[in-house]
Design a protein around this ligand. Structure first.
Ligand SMILES: [Zn+2]
Length: 579
């Protein structure tokens, strides 16, 4: 192929958003993507990538161009060197002076062709039966390039030899194993799942055994092609949708990931049957801000979930856990009738990591193991940056039966005991995952409560009032956990400016609008002291009314204790008298 043809071919195969996105975290802004310029130091992003024109441009330093100029600029390469780098990435073979050596990924493609052909041939019968029984019809086999490694010892190896593949090449690819009595195929009697890297290059296989001895799943060994720590199954298909949605769904198994894609959840990827690695977490962070983790709900799965979530959170991602009904895995649920709907609901109810720490131990909390469970929860929470916890302090504290300021004291204590604090960049990056995002709530319904906002506003503007306030009396007055979290932080001594900085950095608009609403509300009073008194009384009254309604309901159902009856009477008198 001529150089012009190669350049054209490479430009067709490599998307500039991906290429640049590998180095620069990019966020979608309208039709384009924006990020911090990799060529000059800047704090606000002025570097734009256009998927339509396949170009980049920085309004700060003026650099711009296509994929070739990006690689030349970034890596300091000449054009021929950049061409070679990008050709390798795109899987385009360049004419070379020293003959045509086959690349290892080409050997892998040959092997995949063999596996796919075999699935459809006479020996593929058991695999086809198995796939059908898992509700995977033939169109899915070709869409996901599924294959079949026959049980014979040398089916693939004979075939590769016929194509002129050398023994060394096949061994480097991890396709054959050197045995005492000769070389033999690594994958035998297994359904084959090809694993491609971000750029779509085939780097490994996963194989599921159908019968007989051996591990249920095996992967290609690590080698020159395959580093499983930095791969995710179905990433090439999922990366676009992940960037679009700013969110990835993470599952454990090949089958789960396939099923999600078949059901229209195109932003799903799977770890390769091993626990999540920091490399995989970093890969996800390059593409999105949020990860929904959806693992098995058995005990081992819950542990894996907590480990995985902490890893992702420390990478600066907002993490939520998806709990599926009746302990099903995603594949089972989605393959059953009405499964898509149930899965969609589970996604929308996904729980933030801090709350999941409590949720995962809810049974122990209610039983004799309570003390140990509380310890474990505190230990788990203390691993997270305090600012990531603020929005959930109220909810967590109430499930532990303490006040949120007590909880934050306990956590501060633990975090102080840990050796050294994380480096500043790490904390900053963790901030981007902080605080309940607006996207989760319906903006039309999500208006800040005026009374609660007004109290926040008064505390915000008056250090004396903050110093005089009694947290244990004040915090229970708040029904909105976000306002309560902000008030708890203020009463804890967090300066307003630093809170506001976090809101800006995390794009949290709710608390900003709560402050504005609170300001408007207070203006009607003129005197802030009078406003404080009126608002506090108003909130107390509202809470008393709520308590009254709950107790009354209990009483009418005959469930109220005598203590609750006298409390009810007292509330009734109080509410009447002070109307
Ligand atoms: Zn620049």
């Amino acid at each position: 192929m001529s150089q012009d043809e190669a350049v054209r071919e490479i430009k067709e195969r490599i998307d500039i958003v991906e290429l640049v996105g590998d180095v620069v975290p990019l966020r979608k802004v309208g039709k384009n993507f924006r990020g911090l310029c990799p060529f000059h130091a800047e704090k606000t992003p002025s570097f734009y990538v256009s998927p339509d024109r396949q170009t980049f441009h920085c309004y700060g330093c003026g650099r711009g161009g296509d994929i070739f100029s990006f690689v030349m600029e970034k890596e300091g390469l000449s054009f021929p060197e950049a061409l070679e780098t990008l050709a390798e990435r795109a899987g385009v073979r360049l004419a070379r002076r020293t003959g045509n050596r086959r690349s290892l990924s080409e050997v892998m493609e040959l092997a995949l062709a063999f596996y796919r052909e075999t699935l459809l041939g006479p020996s593929g019968e058991p695999a086809r039966r198995y796939l059908e029984s898992r509700s995977l019809p033939p169109p899915a086999w070709s869409r996901f390039e599924l294959g079949w490694a026959p049980p014979a010892w040398d089916g693939l190896w004979n075939w590769l030899r016929g194509k002129g593949v050398s023994r060394q090449e096949a061994i480097s690819c991890g396709l054959i194993i050197e045995g005492q009595k000769g070389d033999y195929d690594r994958f035998r009697g297994r359904v084959i799942f090809p694993i491609r890297d971000m750029a779509g290059k085939l780097t490994a296989f996963g194989g599921r055994i159908l019968s007989g001895e051996g591990a249920k799943y095996i992967n290609s060994p690590e080698g020159p092609l395959f580093n499983k720590r930095s791969l995710l199954y179905l990433l090439p298909a999922a990366k676009g949708p992940i960037r679009e949605k700013g969110e990835a769904i993470l599952v454990e198994g090949y089958m789960d990931a396939l099923r999600l894609h078949l059901c229209g959840f195109h932003n799903a990827v799977a770890t390769l049957g091993t626990s999540l690695t920091t490399e995989q977490a970093a890969l996800l962070k390059r593409m999105s801000d949020r990860v929904l983790i959806c693992y098995d709900s058995d005990a081992a799965g819950q542990d894996a979930t907590l480990r995985g979530m902490s890893l992702l959170q420390n990478e600066g991602l907002e993490v939520r856990v998806v709990e599926l009904p009746r302990g099903k895995d995603p594949d089972e649920l989605l393959a059953s009738a009405g499964g898509d709907g149930l899965f969609g609901q589970a996604l929308s109810r996904a729980m933030p990591l801090p709350l999941y720490h409590v949720h995962a131990r809810r049974e122990a909390l209610a039983g004799p193991g309570r003390k140990k469970a509380v310890e474990e929860i505190l230990a788990g929470l203390a691993e997270l940056p305090m600012l990531d916890l603020v929005p959930y302090l109220g909810a967590i504290a109430s499930s532990l039966g303490i006040f949120s300021h007590q909880l934050s004291e306990l956590l501060n204590l633990r975090q102080g005991q840990k050796k050294g604090s994380p480096p500043p960049e790490k904390r900053d990056s963790a901030l981007s995952g902080v605080l309940v995002k607006e996207g989760q709530r319906n903006p039309a319904e999500d208006l800040p409560d005026s009374l609660e906002s007004a109290l926040l506003y008064l505390l915000w503007n008056c250090p004396e009032r903050r110093a005089a306030a009694a947290p244990e009396a004040l915090l229970p007055l708040f029904g909105d956990e976000r306002i309560q979290g902000a008030v708890a932080a203020l009463l804890n001594g967090e300066p307003p400016e630093s809170l506001r900085k976090i809101w800006y950095e995390t794009g949290n608009r709710f608390l900003g609008s709560a402050l504005a609403a609170g300001g408007d509300f207070c203006e009607a009073f003129g005197d802030p002291d009078e406003a404080w008194l009126k608002i506090e009384t108003g909130l107390r009254r509202r809470n008393a009314e709520k308590e009254y309604r709950i107790l009354r309901e209990k009483m009418t159902r005959g469930l109220a204790t005598s203590e609750e009856m006298s409390r009810l009477n007292w509330l009734a008198r109080m509410l009447k008298g002070r109307r």
